[in-house]
Design a protein around this ligand. Structure first.
Ligand code: ADP
Ligand code: ASP
Ligand code: MG
Length: 417
């Protein structure tokens, strides 16, 4: 039994979907569970719809139309007019409109999950129907009947015991199964596992089914030592240990979702990251080993960070009690901390404002503390750094924080000064 994951890029157009089929035909279509994300950039499109809907603006109509147009174009590129899948997709859009019409909740995160999930449902419905049309038998699973979570909408925690029992009992591992990434269910409503969470979905199924391996199919040859959109020269990492992959994901390497590796490591399930274009290349293997191969500096870039320096108004030291107050608020406002630095009288953190709550956090904290903040800074992390690697990053702008330990160097850089 193996698990495949195809992200948005691999189903972004009719040709891309045909390529997914080519990959499946090349790899064999049995004993496989395929996890698929929303098509192309549809999750971003759904986020625009949700924003307009919750703010009650006129943008709802065009935002919804753009999503409909995208999916209809996809159908037109893959099917004949009148094929049953058109009715299924129309039904799903009806369901979406119905939900938006009857919703009375003003809990943004709850509403978000109920709407955004249609991206994955539409995508898997279309891919599954296309496989059927060309004669590849497959079973469409509604992942919400399998992955059970708590009610922490937009960042739901998996109920492992229940999920494992259901998955073990209900998945027919001899077949080709098609299911959605990213989504879960709290017993009543749809939940989501956090943006880019489809990798994690693959990890959850692999863990519960004790899969032989997981393959994440990508538009890059595998895990590179830097994001090719930011760095012109990159190298393919052939092997990465679980520990190294967790470290890289933790520091923000966006190529694998951070929560994906731990379940795999626990059951020693290898993870392959491979190109969906070039099937002759073996890509990257994440497995039990040491470090990385080849051992080169790896760069992780996180843009749009906020650096906050906090000091006590009464000049007291920033120690346990003060710091724990700051951390409690960071947690309450769901700010994601990516770097911490402490001195006697000030405490600095580099955070990501994922949920747009920084201003509220700032106003709350300034009652008790003196705060300085630098918006729009970039956090560069270099694993296995050397002097050349450090120099290349220092050239990017003004370094306002530098933190170095044995394996990892981190620099917060103001790039536009
Ligand atoms: P998916 O469609 O699978 O969700 P994403 O677009 O989220 O794919 O991720 C693939 C992209 O991640 C690549 O096109 C690449 O630009 C980017 N990326 C960032 N860091 C890395 C890295 N270290 N190695 C390879 N790709 C990376
Ligand atoms: N569609 C979701 C997202 O774009 C989940 C995923 O692609 O992994 O965040
Ligand atoms: Mg992705």
């Amino acid at each position: 039994m193996r698990i495949f994951k195809f992200g948005g890029a691999s189903v972004k157009s009719p040709d891309a979907v045909r390529n997914v089929v080519r990959v499946l035909q090349h790899q064999g279509t049995e004993n496989t569970l395929v996890v698929i994300s929303a098509m192309g950039k549809m999750t971003n499109a759904f986020e625009r719809l949700i924003k307009a809907y919750t703010e009650g603006t006129d943008d709802v109509k065009p935002a919804l139309q753009a999503i409909k147009d995208f999916h209809i174009e996809m159908l037109d590129g893959l099917f004949e007019k009148g094929d049953e899948v058109y009715t299924e997709v129309t039904y799903l859009f009806g369901e979406l409109a119905g939900r938006m019409a009857i919703n009375t909740s003003d809990d943004y995160d709850y509403v978000y999950d109920q709407i955004v999930g249609f991206g994955e449902i539409l995508s898997t419905t279309i891919v599954s129907a296309y496989l059927t049309k060309i004669g590849i038998e497959n079973k469409w699973l509604d992942v919400r009947e399998y992955i059970k979570t708590d009610s922490n909408y937009r960042d739901a925690k998996v109920n492992w015991e229940l999920t494992e029992t259901i998955i073990k009992e209900k998945v027919d591992t001899s077949k080709l199964n098609i299911t959605q990434g990213f989504l879960g269910n709290n017993g009543e409503y749809t939940t989501t596992l956090g943006r880019e969470g489809s990798d994690y979905t693959a990890g959850i199924f692999a863990y519960c089914l004790e899969a032989d391996n997981v393959t994440i199919w990508k538009d890059v040859p595998g895990v590179l030592n830097a994001d090719p959109r930011v760095f012109t020269e990159t190298e393919l990492l052939q092997k990465i240990s679980y520990t190294e992959a967790i470290e890289m994901a933790f520091y923000g390497a966006s190529v694998i979702h951070p929560k994906t590796i731990q379940p795999l490591e626990q059951k020693q399930i290898p993870l392959y990251v491979r190109s969906f274009d070039d099937l002759d290349r073996s890509g990257t293997t994440v497995l039990k080993s040491n470090g990385i191969e080849p051992e080169v500096p790896c760069y992780i870039v996180k843009k749009n960070q906020i650096l906050i320096s906090v000091a006590a108004k009464d000049f007291s030291f920033m120690v346990e009690d003060n710091i724990s107050d700051v951390f409690k608020k960071l947690h309450d406002y769901k700010l994601k901390v990516n770097l911490i630095q402490n001195s006697a009288i000030s405490f600095s953190v580099c955070v990501e404002d994922k949920f747009n709550s920084f201003d509220k956090f700032y106003n709350d904290l300034k009652e008790t503390f003196k705060i300085k903040s630098y918006k729009d800074v970039t956090l560069y992390t270099i694993r296995h750094f050397n002097d050349d690697a450090l120099d290349s990053i220092k050239k990017k702008g003004k370094a306002i924080i530098r933190q170095i330990n044995t394996e990892t160097a981190q620099l917060v850089i103001q790039e536009n000064v």
